[in-house]
Design a protein around this ligand. Structure first.
Ligand SMILES: Cc1ncc(COP(=O)(O)O)c(C=O)c1O
Length: 335
């Protein structure tokens, strides 16, 4: 039985080097921290997310009515599970487990479509059953790091079906290729997160981009004032052009770091899944669980991946950091 409720944050601590959690930076940049600090002087008032909504809309070239600010990308999945009148939800795995966990918590039966390692975990739209009326797919996908072509995702659209694209990591891919965020497409909703790139996982900031009637349905089940004032301030700030440019520079740096890591891993003979495009990589090592525990003993927390449907104990997910030489040297001694 896969533990859908397990997340990487449970694997860090005890002075370990954190290669388990995909938050890229250890603290928000100073300019963001200053905006957040300023926002605390206004927390006597109830939050107002309209500024965040219009800033996010402008950043993606959408209408404000297409945007629903949420308490992190994760809240969007709970809202969907509660609001969407689905009878045949499908989750494309391996992927972030929260969408399925939220659907189960809302009482739905979920069908899993499990992509194939032999095919590099690439999306094959033909695998999704015709009767699916809600399909959740990650792009790029956590934990496989695979970026699916936007055309493959568009092929999933059907009358009466909502395709939910979790783009939580797309701002970490240089140029945001294959994104469906910038266009209102009937039957597609995009989920975004600001927590990873900006080091604000504790703040909970994300949003949904969808047709206005979809955004309204989700809003109807959202708890009042779910998005706090500092989170709304972060959304507006991170949507400004300088922030988008900074995210792009961080994405380029992450890509260079990832290429080095993948080279290093392959140089050790480690199997790296698919063609990674996000700031984390999925690897398969024989006796992976033993290696993971040995890495922990040596001071490195990598994320177990056996809690992702379709994977097993030999799979490990490694977050990309700028300094990975020590980790690679340690791994070499264990293989
Ligand atoms: C693929 C993916 N989507 C969404 C989320 C949720 O992000 P948040 O709720 O912090 O915005 C996560 C968090 O780990 C994730 O890995």
């Amino acid at each position: 039985m896969v533990d859908l409720w397990h997340h990487g944050d449970r694997e860090v601590g005890d002075g370990l080097v954190d290669l388990a959690v995909n938050v890229r930076v250890s603290a928000p940049p100073d300019w963001l921290l200053a905006r957040l600090t300023d926002s605390l002087s206004t927390v006597a008032a109830y939050p107002d997310v309209e500024g965040a909504r219009s800033a996010v809309a402008a950043r993606h070239g959408r209408q404000a009515s297409d945007v629903l600010p949420t308490a992190g990308g994760a809240e969007a999945f709970t809202l969907l599970a509660r609001a969407w009148p689905t009878r045949s939800p499908v989750v494309v795995h391996p992927q972030f487990t929260e969408p399925e966990a939220a659907l189960l918590a809302a009482g739905h039966d979920v069908t899993r479509v499990v992509l194939d390692a032999a095919n590099g975990y690439r999306l094959d739209p033909r695998l999704v059953p015709e009767e699916a009326d809600l399909v959740v797919v990650g792009n790029p996908t956590n934990p496989t790091s695979v970026l699916h072509p936007a055309t493959a995702i568009r092929e999933l659209v059907r009358p009466g079906r909502l395709v939910v694209v979790d783009e939580a990591f797309l701002d970490a891919v240089p140029g945001e290729p294959e994104s469906l965020a910038a266009e209102r497409i009937r039957g597609i909703a995009v989920v975004r997160s600001l927590t990873k790139t900006w080091g604000i996982a504790g703040l909970r900031a994300g949003y949904v981009l969808a047709e206005p009637d979809v955004a309204d349905r989700l809003a109807a089940v959202q708890p009042p004032w779910s998005v706090s004032t500092p989170a709304a301030v972060a959304m507006a700030a991170c949507s400004e052009q300088h922030a988008v440019d900074e995210a792009a520079a961080l994405a380029r740096a992450a890509e260079a770091d990832r290429l080095r890591l993948v080279d290093g891993l392959r140089g050790l003979g480690v199997e790296v899944a698919g063609e990674p495009r996000a700031p984390f990589v999925l690897v398969r090592v024989p006796e992976g669980e033993k290696i993971r525990l040995a890495l922990r003993a040596a001071g490195y927390a990598v994320r177990r991946a056996d809690t992702f449907p379709g994977l097993g104990p030999d799979w490990l997910r490694i977050a990309v950091r700028s300094e990975m030489d020590g980790f690679l040297a340690e791994l070499k001694t264990l293989l």
